[in-house]
Ligand binder design. Structure first.
Ligand code: C2E
Ligand code: CA
Ligand code: CA
Length: 697
């Protein structure tokens, strides 16, 4: 019967004892269970008192006994398999119990079902609160059903000499509906508390999912009763039929559940989530009830998975799902879109509220997950999009949230809200990725160069090429908006080829010494021909290999260390410099650096920019510099914005400085001017920051 469904499946998000005590969810659940138990006692007492004062002497106790035994047997064997269809998920015991009630002894039916439920839960070794809830909810719904029969003045068997009077038939159907409905409501109320879902949404889903099965199981009760009353020999026949109908229904419901849920976390899957969004976004009144969609992506899941194994990886995803459930407000719809990507739908929420939920959530998700007693921190980036503002269909809203999430990843800002391009006439409908392909063909990409200052020699040694996109409609688009998207497609190949080709031409046109640094993605290095193609370009242009530096981010390195190191070795053997970008944000150890044989590291600007006012960062930076020097690696500090930081870096022995203090990224012409103004080997720049001809916003 339904009682088995709500709390037994291991994947059911019933609060684990840990969350029960920590979140306060436990208190709400306990209080609810207590209320149901008290109501149950009252209702059962009322039923037994009414029954005691009425005459039910004609009950067929032999048949009653046989069916009661069948009931207990099936209930104990009923596997705990259903989760979401909690309300209304059926087992054959449903048929048998209702049958007992129709036989004329509701109290007996309730006692048999209560007994079966307790035995089943004891056999399954369920926690006591689950046992109490299961037995209370089922007995309460049966008692309510019995009161309906009493209301029709039916105090004995429904069949009178093999006949079913119309009044009795009506009472029976009504009572069946009430038992089913109240049982569903009691369970959905509990699930709504635990899953933080909306009660009515759960009821709708549960009923849609198992209506046909429940109807079939309930309808079998009178058939079983009538047939068995004719001859007990018919019992095995009707019993077999009941079993097969149950099996079929069970499989159908399980398949329906699987189609909409992620097997690992039991959260909604992408398809079901899309439908959820559409059901809100496509509502005619959606303009008056706005909502928000978050896309969450774990920052270092790949590393966890690769280093600790898939089993731990799965555990992390499951725990992460649980954490989302416990930290989000009631009514939030949560899904796993695939891989390490999750999503949240908040309805009837205003923009400020959603944004504060997102940043609060981000903060809470920073806490390491407890995986088998070990703290594992994976970090999360969250992209937020609002509807109807950022999209009118689930695809559009999800796309917008996705773009925002990539932005959060790129800027490592944690949470970003989707920003439709300011000049955009068609907000939120930008097929940005489609445009990236055209951008190359239409020559819409340009490069800016940010010079790097050699501390000791006071020379501008290197210029890092940074990509900018002059979009025909949206104006200037920064790399954070599109590089991460392109990195997920093959488009990153031609883009990087373009950057390298343009950068070496540009740099060669203004200097004979300047090194060109370019950013290279993990996907580029995974391309077996990338290194040889690049070396061929250098040769064709007559650009010395030692004047090209490739920057690869620390996180990208972790993606496929084998493949990456093949490409990096090829570059290094040819004389190209290799440095690790954004150092300190990933997990690479110094031994990895040695194995990969790189030339230098660029300490991430998150450590640098405020190093002068943050002792921890100052210490980290100092330590990184001396460790790197121990390995004979050159150290670049990125994001140097103030003189105080510069002084600190200089005294720590940092080799090269890059940042707004030295210069913002400049168009080629301005870079040429700076190089001319501050000739190589001059120390001028060290004391007089360049006046900036073109300040990047
Ligand atoms: P990155 O490689 O870490 O590049 C440095 C970023 O920091 C640049 O942002 C630069 O404008 C900014 N920056 C420089 N100095 C300072 C400073 O003093 N303070 C602060 N707060 N920021 C500073 P930008 O140009 O928006 O580039 C963002 C990221 O996009 C880059 O981060 C890089 O990862 C990626 N990117 C840029 N161009 C390319 C490219 O051609 N190919 C690839 N694959 N990625 C690129
Ligand atoms: Ca870089
Ligand atoms: Ca960087």
């Amino acid at each position: 019967m339904t009682s088995t469904s709500s709390a037994d499946n291991p994947s059911v998000p019933t609060p684990s004892d840990e969350t029960r005590s920590v979140t306060g969810l436990g208190r709400a659940v306990d209080a609810y269970i207590a209320v149901i138990s008290v109501l149950c006692l009252g209702a059962v007492l009322a039923v037994s008192m009414i029954e005691a004062t009425s005459d039910n002497g004609r009950v067929n106790w032999v048949l009653f006994g046989i069916i009661a035994v069948l009931l207990v047997a099936t209930e104990v064997h009923a596997t705990a398999w259903l989760k979401f269809g909690g309300a209304g998920s059926v087992t054959p015991s449903w048929t048998f119990t209702f049958c007992l009630m129709l036989l004329g002894s509701p109290t007996g039916a309730i006692a048999a079902m209560g007994f079966a439920s307790v035995v089943a839960d004891l056999v399954a070794r369920k926690e006591s609160y689950k046992l109490v809830f299961n037995v209370s909810q089922i007995c309460l719904s049966l008692a309510i059903g019995a009161l309906i029969l009493f209301a029709f003045d039916i105090h004995g068997p429904l069949l009178i000499d093999g006949d079913l009077p119309t009044k009795h038939a009506v009472a029976m159907i009504l009572s069946g509906i009430v038992v089913f409905g109240s049982n569903g409501a009691i369970i959905c109320r509990l699930l709504a508390t635990i899953e933080k879902s909306k009660f009515w949404t759960l009821m709708r889903e549960s009923f849609a999912l198992s209506m046909s099965a429940d109807a079939a199981m309930l309808a079998l009760a009178p058939i079983l009763l009538i047939t068995a009353s004719q001859s007990l020999l018919m019992l095995p026949l009707i019993g077999t039929a009941t079993f097969f109908i149950y099996q079929t229904a069970r499989h159908a419901i399980a398949r329906a559940h699987e189609a909409n849920h992620d097997a690992l976390t039991q959260l909604l899957n992408r398809r079901a989530f899309g439908n959820e969004i559409d059901s809100f976004v496509l509502q005619p009144n959606s303009l008056s009830s706005p909502g928000a969609v978050f896309i969450l992506d774990l920052d270092r899941f790949k590393e966890v998975n690769d280093r600790l194994g898939h089993q731990i990886g799965d555990h992390v995803l499951h725990e992460f799902g649980q954490r989302l459930i416990s930290h989000l407000p009631d009514g939030a719809v949560i899904a796993r879109l695939g891989g390490d990507e999750f999503a949240v739908l908040l309805t009837e929420t205003d923009v400020e509220h959603a944004a504060s939920i997102a940043s609060h959530l981000h903060e809470q998700l920073q806490e390491p997950l407890n995986i088998g007693g070990f703290p594992i921190s994976a970090g999360t980036s969250i992209g937020v999009a609002y509807f109807p503002e950022h999209g009118q269909t689930s695809d559009e809203v999800l796309h917008a949230a996705d773009v925002a999430m990539y932005r959060a990843k790129r800027y490592r800002s944690g949470v970003e809200v989707y920003q439709p391009f300011e000049t955009s006439q068609q907000k939120g409908r930008v097929g940005l990725l489609g445009d990236v392909g055209d951008a190359l063909a239409n020559d819409e990409f340009v490069l800016e160069y940010q010079p790097q200052l050699d501390v000791e020699r006071g020379v501008l040694t290197t210029a890092e090429a940074l990509l900018r996109w002059n979009h025909p409609v949206h104006g200037r688009v920064n790399p954070a908006e599109f590089i991460a998207l392109a990195e997920h497609t093959d488009l990153i190949g031609p883009i990087t080829d373009f950057v390298i080709d343009r950068a070496i031409r540009d740099v060669a046109s203004i200097s004979d010494e300047l090194v060109a640094a370019v950013n290279v993605s993990a996907r580029n290095l995974a391309d077996r021909h990338f290194a040889s193609r690049t070396l061929a370009t250098l040769a064709a242009q007559g650009f010395p290999t030692k004047r090209l530096e490739i920057e690869i981010t620390e996180t990208a390195l972790a993606i496929d260390p084998e493949l990456t190191s093949v490409a990096l070795d090829e570059f290094r053997c040819a004389g190209v410099r290799v440095s690790i970008d954004d150092f300190g944000t990933g997990y690479s150890s110094f031994s990895t650096l040695r194995r990969l044989s790189v030339d230098g590291i660029k300490i991430d600007r998150s450590f640098i920019t405020n190093a002068a006012n943050d002792d921890d960062n100052a210490q980290i930076v100092t330590a990184l510099i001396s460790l790197a020097h121990g390995l004979k690696l050159t150290v670049v500090a990125e994001g140097v914005e103030t003189l105080a930081v510069r002084k600190l870096l200089e005294s720590a022995g940092c080799d090269i400085l890059q940042g707004y203090l030295i210069s913002v990224p400049l168009p080629l012409a301005d870079l040429a001017e700076v190089i001319a103004e501050v000739p190589p080997r001059s120390t001028l720049l060290a004391d007089h920051p360049v006046s900036l001809p073109a300040v990047v916003s």
